[in-house]
Ligand binder design. Structure first.
Ligand code: C5P
Length: 220
């Protein structure tokens, strides 16, 4: 049997990553954080001293992008070459550079092929794949497709709790800027036909996990 995909999209700060990881854990499924690949590529480009707003320069480093990610929700890590970048890809400099990398169509095509191969190679029955274009581009035929949203103010508050080193206003500004650049490339704020919306604005973490689990159970 082929590995099934649980597709979850949403904006930054929607709780997408932590909720997807927990859902995978509870169901014994794999977990794939696609944003981490784009972040890894942005990190790689920055390491090479490349201007990430220069598409052709970005494309030059995609060729030697040696990327590995764990699909185990209980042992999550990301590597570029022999470097563990699990922590480094969360740095603000990477977050600021990532949209520039992610908007290059050839980059998206190559990373999308990588995601499909990673899911196909999983030994689990299903993989929870989260990102911006999973329900529409990476896995439009997935048996379960969810858009996880939350009001912008709530997302900014959640993200500033995660990034405690910066002040809340700076975090909110950076998040909205990144959403605006990302939204030019993929529409992750409206649900495509057949995609179930879970709005976490008034839900806590556990309630959001329960809501997503209910959609998954109904769809499989
Ligand atoms: O989900 P996360 O915030 O870690 O994603 C980092 C960045 O990767 C996003 O801001 C976006 O530019 C890009 N991304 C994307 N398509 C995806 C997942 C992430 O363009 N499926």
């Amino acid at each position: 049997d082929s590995v099934r995909t649980i597709a979850i999209d949403g904006p930054a700060g929607s709780g997408k990553s932590s909720v997807s990881k927990e859902v995978a854990r509870r169901l014994g499924y794999g977990y794939l954080d696609t944003g981490a690949a784009y972040r890894g590529l942005a990190w790689h480009a920055l390491e090479h001293g490349i201007d990430t707003s220069d598409s052709s320069a970005v494309l030059d480093v995609v060729g030697d992008f040696d990327y590995a990610i764990s699909l185990d929700p209980d042992d999550y890590w990301v590597r570029v070459g022999s470097t563990d970048v699990t922590e480094a890809i969360r740095e603000p400099r990477v977050a600021d550079a990532v949209s520039g990398v992610a908007r290059v169509p050839a980059v998206r095509a190559s990373v999308t092929a990588l995601f499909r191969a990673l899911v196909a190679a999983s030994t689990r029955a299903a993989v929870v794949v989260e990102g911006r274009d999973i329900t529409t581009v990476v896995a439009p035929d997935a048996p379960v497709r969810i858009l996880l949203t939350a009001a912008p103010e709530v997302r900014a508050v959640r993200r500033s709790k995660e990034v405690a080193t910066q002040d809340a206003a700076a975090v909110a500004a950076a998040l909205h800027k990144r959403d605006a650049s990302d939204a030019k490339v993929v529409d992750f704020l409206t649900a495509a036909p057949g995609v179930t919306v879970v709005d976490s604005t008034d839900l806590d973490f556990e309630e959001t996990v329960e809501a997503v689990l209910a959609v998954v159970r109904a769809g499989l």
